[in-house]
Design a protein around this ligand. Structure first.
Ligand code: CA
Length: 253
């Protein structure tokens, strides 16, 4: 993908020590969960700042200069969505949410409020670390993003010539399919909600018209996926939206 400009990273890290030294602000009220996450994160080379309430988390975000917020939604004093909205008034770095399983509506709300991604409780530690790396990578890449060429998994998109190829084979697309794919690729391995996609690709008036998105996604899958009924890259996040998965075991290229 693009060269990163984040001073904490080098361009070709691939293993577990990605973003080492990055500061993670963990907002979580349960001591056992705090301790577990702190151990796991420190083992990966992150520095951890703890907050036990939403209010304390917001103060720490302002004073401790974290690179990423890891936010548990079950907090005693504030709704997770409100913590995110408050942070997003002035704070632009990634927010990854820890959410209880099966609360799709809540996940959509927090993503639309400005969270970058989520992991579901009880969660797989490897998945959580991968989500954190993806969020930090996107945050570091933003300033240097030229948008000319995006390569992700087998897909290559040339933003200047507006051409797409899969494993070297050129694919014809409608302008809408192209815009949808470009958006997903720019956010590779991150989830995007239906509303976010509809607003970006079709415009604000189309938010809520998920069926239009489904039809275009089905067409895109026919063009890009080996088996469109079991997509490996254009992956559905049930009740939430879609994620372009770059593939492999680790969702990083
Ligand atoms: Ca909690």
């Amino acid at each position: 993908m693009t060269e990163r400009t984040d001073k904490d990273t080098t361009p070709d890290e691939s293993a577990s020590m990605v973003q080492s030294g990055a500061v993670v602000l963990l907002i979580e009220d349960e001591p056992a969960m705090q301790r577990l996450l702190e151990i796991v994160l420190e083992e990966q080379g992150y520095r951890v700042v703890l907050a036990g309430t939403g209010k304390q988390g917001i103060v720490h975000a302002a004073t401790r200069n974290p690179d990423l917020v890891l936010l548990d939604l079950g907090l005693p004093d504030m709704e997770g969505e409100d913590v995110i909205r408050r942070l997003r008034e002035w704070w632009a770095r990634p927010i990854v949410v820890i959410s209880a399983r099966g609360r799709e509506e809540e996940k959509v709300k927090v993503l639309d409020a400005g969270a970058d991604d989520y992991v579901t409780k009880p969660f797989d530690v490897r998945e959580m670390l991968a989500r954190i790396r993806v969020a930090l990578r996107h945050s570091g890449a933003q300033s240097g993003q030229s948008g000319a060429i995006i390569e992700s998994g087998p897909v290559r998109l040339d933003g200047v010539l507006r051409r797409v190829s899969v494993e070297g084979r050129e694919i014809r697309m409608t302008p809408t399919e192209y815009r949808l794919l470009a958006l997903l690729l720019k956010n590779a391995d991150r989830v995007l909600t239906h509303s976010q996609i509809l607003r970006e690709v079709w415009g604000a008036a189309y938010v809520g018209q998920v069926s239009i998105l489904r039809v275009t996604m089905a067409n895109l899958r026919k063009k890009l996926e080996k088996d469109p009924s079991r997509p490996l890259h254009l992956v559905n996040e049930p009740g939430i939206g879609y994620r372009f998965c770059t593939g492999g075991e680790d969702p990083l290229p």
